[in-house]
Design a protein around this ligand. Structure first.
Ligand SMILES: NC(=O)c1ccc[n+]([C@@H]2O[C@H](COP(=O)([O-])OP(=O)(O)OC[C@H]3O[C@@H](n4cnc5c(N)ncnc54)[C@H](OP(=O)(O)O)[C@@H]3O)[C@@H](O)[C@H]2O)c1
Length: 324
């Protein structure tokens, strides 16, 4: 019987238990998949800790993976046995050797892109695409603020924004991350645990402020990010690595005519057409080396608890991937 990581009770990383889990036959509209690599996301930490109570327990966490199609539901015609596919799926279940998946979630992976690279970049890169094209259309000359600029999403966001011609200011939580942030296209890097990032952004932009701030750190940075905005600038609060943002007075947006969003990649890419268009753009950016996910930390699936500790430690740069 294949095994999976099961969360029986929300809590610390050691609650992620590797154990046998049966996988049935695919129903119509489903496929069975044998994973080769699984992306680890901060979302998984929120679920494991109990901040998000979106996984029915006991349950198998994880929202993205890559693998080989091993069985097809009776009416699935657009995929073949042996196809290499990747997916993002908010129905969970990715921390597993094998799983059933809705067939319409599967995206064919082009040749030439390694499974671990796909697992390291699919959800994070699609998020970057949504943030740069749908939430705010970043263009040449825009000042863009990216928090946690060497993290999984942050590193792809910085590289892609710089490629679009933006002037990217990245924040990082330790000195050793500053060099990578620069290499990834940040023209200016702020170590925000020892520097006042609002004052530094004002100084760098000569008090203009940024056209868009991408903030997934949440509680610790939200008000500062707002203070960094230019008139009519936009704050995309797309995560909460430091904790949830406290209740907020909407009228605070008025003086600079700012706007605020709390985007979800799953909502923006809820149709198959949009999902596949965004994935094609991501795979092209990887193929063209616009995005270079150089820092991928891997763990065996059974070591998922260690992977979570690594993600929460703030010591790591780039993405974390589980291998099967
Ligand atoms: N809304 C969406 O659809 C969507 C989709 C994907 C991801 N996200 C969000 O994007 C963010 C990044 O996700 P990721 O998986 O790529 O993770 P990540 O950026 O690789 O890791 C989180 C980073 O946040 C920073 N951080 C700041 N304060 C922290 C704290 N108190 N504890 C831990 N980390 C802290 C750390 O970087 P420094 O040490 O450099 O500060 C850390 O490396 C998450 O908030 C996630 O929820 C949202």
């Amino acid at each position: 019987m294949p095994s999976a990581i099961v969360l029986h009770q929300a809590g610390p990383a050691e609650n992620l238990i590797f154990e046998p889990v049966p996988v049935g036959l695919p129903l119509p509209g489903e496929i069975r998949l044998r994973h080769t690599a699984i992306g680890v996301n901060f979302h998984d930490v929120y679920v494991r800790s109990g901040l998000y109570q979106t996984l029915a327990l006991p349950g198998v966490p994880g929202i993205e993976g890559v693998g080989i199609v091993t069985e097809l539901g009776s009416d699935v015609k657009h995929l073949n046995l042996g196809d290499r596919v990747a997916y993002i799926h908010r129905g969970y279940g990715a921390y597993s050797e094998e799983r059933l998946l809705p067939a319409n979630a599967a995206i064919l992976v082009p040749a030439g892109i390694d499974d671990q690279v796909v697992a390291a970049t699919l959800l994070k890169g699609l998020t970057a695409w949504v943030l740069l094209h749908e939430v705010y259309a970043v263009g040449p000359g825009d000042w863009v603020l990216v928090h946690a600029a060497t993290g999984g999403v942050g590193s792809l966001l910085s590289q892609w924004a710089a490629h679009l011609g933006a002037r990217v200011i990245g924040t990082v939580g330790s000195d050793h991350k500053m060099e990578l942030a620069r290499r990834q296209g940040c023209s200016h890097v702020i170590q925000y645990r020892r520097e006042d990032f609002v004052a530094r952004v004002n100084e760098i932009t000569e008090n203009e402020g940024v056209q868009v701030a991408y903030d997934a750190v949440g509680k610790d940075t939200f008000m500062g990010s707002l203070a960094c905005l230019a008139p009519c600038g936009h704050l995309a609060n797309f995560g909460q690595a430091s904790g949830p943002v406290p209740p907020f007075e909407v009228s605070a947006l008025f003086p600079k005519s700012n706007s605020l969003s709390r985007p979800s990649v799953f909502q923006h890419l809820r149709t198959t057409v949009t999902l596949h268009a965004a994935a094609a753009a991501l795979f092209k950016a990887l193929g063209d080396r616009i995005l270079q996910p150089d820092h991928i930390t891997t763990f065996d699936l059974a070591q998922a608890a260690q992977a979570h500790r690594e993600l929460e430690s703030r010591s790591r740069q780039g993405s974390v991937v589980l291998t099967v």
